[in-house]
Every structure is written in C-alpha cells, then in structure tokens.
Ligand binder design. Structure first.
Ligand code: KG4
Ligand code: ZN
Length: 355
C-alpha cells in the first residue's frame, strides 16, 4: 500500500513577510500564502521591527486559516507544524513560534523549529528534488553566504559578508537613487536594457583569497557619486543602477568561482550550484551564475522567484525534511535572533545576518 505523504504546516514571521503554507513530503505545495508588509515599511525605507511584530500578530491567524482552506484540510489532517525560530527579528519570531507551538500542543502534533537559513538552503530540494551535497550561494536582504550543503543540519560555510548583505546593498542604493523599497526589483527594472559601462564602480574583494564578501564600499561609492552629481539628472539613474547591478554580479561571480574550486576539492561527488534568497530573483545574476556553473561542469539550480524571496513553503519543506529524519523539537525551544548554520565557521562581524 502506498504511504500517504506527510503534511506539514509552515509558518514564517522572521522579517517582513507573514506567511503560512502547507507542503507534503512528496514535494507538493498544497498552499502558499504570503502577506507582505512592504507598504507598512516603505515610508521608512527599511523594515521597522516594532511595526513588523505588530503586523505579524494581526495577520498570522488569517494566513494560517487561508493556507488550510487552500489545501482543503483541517488541523486534524496535519502531521507536523514547523515555524521559523531564527535568525531574524525577535518580535516576529515570537509571534510565529507561539502560534506554531499552540497548534502543535492543542493537536498533539510534532513541532519543528526551523532555521530560516536552512529553509532557504533546502528550497532547491523542494523545487528541483536535487541530492546532497551541493554548493549554495545564499543571497538575501539579511544574509550573504557561500555554503556547502552536506545534509539536513550539516553545513560548511566557505564565505560570508564582512559588512552588508547583497540585498541590503540593493535596498540602500535604491534609496540613494530615489527608487523606493524594496530596492532589488526597483534597481533591476531601472537597469533593464541599459549599458553598465557609463559609470565606473569598485568591485570590493574581487580577486582576493577566500570567499568572503563586502558591499559597504560599493554602496559608499554610489553615495559619493550621487553627492558629486547632485541634483542627479533623471537620465543618470538607469546608468548608475545598471553599473551597480553589474558590480554586484561581478563580485558574486568571482567569490562563487573560488567557492566552486573549494567545493570541487572537498566534495567531488557534488554536481550542482544552487542560488537562493531574495537576490536570487535577479535575472542578471542568474544568467551570470548559470554561465559560471556551466563552465565548471556543474548543474545550475535556481528555485522559482516566489520560493527565493521569503515564504512559508520553504519553512514547511524544511520541517518535512527534519520530520523525516526524526529531528523534532520540544515546545520550550526558544526563538533565536542569531542562529548560524555552521557553528564551526570562524565568527564574522555580522556573519551575513542582521543583528
Ligand atoms: O530572502 P528575502 O525575501 O528576505 C530576507 O531574508 O532578507 O530577500 C529580500 C531581499 C531584499 O533586499 C530585496 O531588495 C532583494 O532580496 N531582492 C532583489 C530582487 N528581488 C528581491 N535583489 C535584486 N534583484 C531582485 N530582482
Ligand atoms: Zn530570507
């Protein structure tokens, strides 16, 4: 008799998306609801933690109900509840963790505490079903890391940002150019079809040993340029956006090339380069990384954009992966604003995670 796939409810509240999803252990996404708070934070040019926590509290119950309705199931048909317990903004983490624990307790279900970075890291197994090990470039608003994904719960960090995350740089540069928040999609739109050589920008860390990143200097270079040219002619905005996007892609490609060499040496059975996180939605970056992977004889895997930006399907999936291995958690598991995937990695000032 065929074994019925396990159904996991996933909850994501670590930053500015309030999300709930139902995913089956056979990789079917039965429901994937996201309430974005972009409009609440846009006037502030970035996420305001107190506003985010309150919005999660107001919206989460409705997201869970809608997700169950989309999946056409009740709480009784769930096999587990998973929630992001870190890293992230503590107010939001507490809201999601408390809701998940309450459901698990009331229904007698296993509870899985999910690391948000692990959820991003495993999203390519949900979308593409790839095998371990693989090399992962995780690039989002809060994180910028190169990791070898060996198994669920087993990660080796090769590099991280020593200052800003890549998405953070996109957001800050978009603000400088008056392009609004979130900055990544706005910069990508502004740069569409525009040449990237009208403005010279630095490539921080390019060619340096190791796989670490730095974006603060690039952001400063854009700020100085904008100040020099103030008031900025509207015609300059697309040129600067395109030059900035090209500089970020250059740096990410250079750092990833070094990581591929390290991955090849330590994990010769690995066959894929994966990109995940919000910045992975960027088409220029995808094209560059795909070319890089192909030149090195690796497959290139990028989950669809909806699974790259923050969502609860990846959290539910990480929950399903952990459940299948018996990795469930106690109901007194505490939210963790900082939670590195590789505890053995050398401490970095920010480790690609906003504090
Ligand atoms: O993964 P995510 O939704 O949230 C975090 O965990 O941080 O990533 C959001 C980040 C934002 O900084 C946003 O500007 C960036 O991803 N982003 C992009 C694009 N879409 C989103 N960056 C560049 N190009 C895009 N198309
Ligand atoms: Zn994220």
């Amino acid at each position: 008799m065929a074994v019925r796939p396990k159904l996991v409810l996933g909850i994501e509240t670590s930053c500015d998306e309030t999300a709930a999803a139902v995913v089956a252990s056979d990789r079917t996404i039965l429901a994937d609801r996201i309430a974005s708070q972009t409009e609440l934070h846009a006037p502030h040019g970035g996420v305001v933690p107190e506003i985010a926590a309150r919005a999660h509290l107001e919206r989460l119950d409705a997201m869970i109900e809608l997700a169950l309705a989309d999946a056409r199931i009740g709480f009784g048909e769930l096999d587990a509840v998973a929630a992001t317990l870190g890293p992230g903004l503590i107010g939001g983490l507490v809201v999601g963790a408390t809701a998940a624990k309450a459901i698990a307790y009331a229904r007698g279900l296993p509870f899985v505490a999910v690391n948000h970075l692990e959820a991003h890291a495993l999203s390519a197994r949900l979308s593409h079903g790839i095998d371990f090990p693989y090399l992962l470039l995780l690039v989002s608003g809060g994180h910028c890391q190169l990791l070898i994904v060996e198994e669920v719960g087993r990660y080796r960090r090769l590099g991280t940002t020593i200052d800003d995350a890549a998405g953070e740089a996109f957001d800050k540069v978009a603000k400088l150019l008056g392009l609004g928040y979130p900055g990544g999609p706005a910069i990508e739109r502004a740069a569409e079809g525009v040449g990237n050589d009208a403005v010279a920008l630095p490539r921080p860390m390019k060619g340096r040993p190791g796989c670490d990143f730095s974006f603060a200097g690039l952001k400063t270079a854009v700020r100085q340029l904008v100040e020099r040219e103030a008031p900025l002619a509207p015609s300059r905005i697309p040129a600067i956006a395109a030059a900035f996007q090209a500089a970020v892609a250059d740096v990410l490609e250079d750092r990833t090339a070094r990581a591929i060499a390290a991955f090849r040496a330590s994990h010769p059975t690995g066959t894929n380069l994966v990109v995940a996180g919000g910045v992975a939605a960027n088409r220029t970056l995808r094209t560059r990384l795909e070319g890089l992977a192909t030149r090195h004889g690796l497959g290139f895997v990028a989950p669809p954009a909806r699974l790259c930006t923050d969502n609860a399907a990846m959290v539910a999936w990480a929950g399903a992966e952990r459940l299948a291995r018996g990795l469930v958690d106690r109901l007194d598991a505490a939210p963790r604003p900082r939670w590195p995937l590789d505890p053995d990695a050398a401490p970095a000032p920010f480790a690609g995670v906003k504090g």
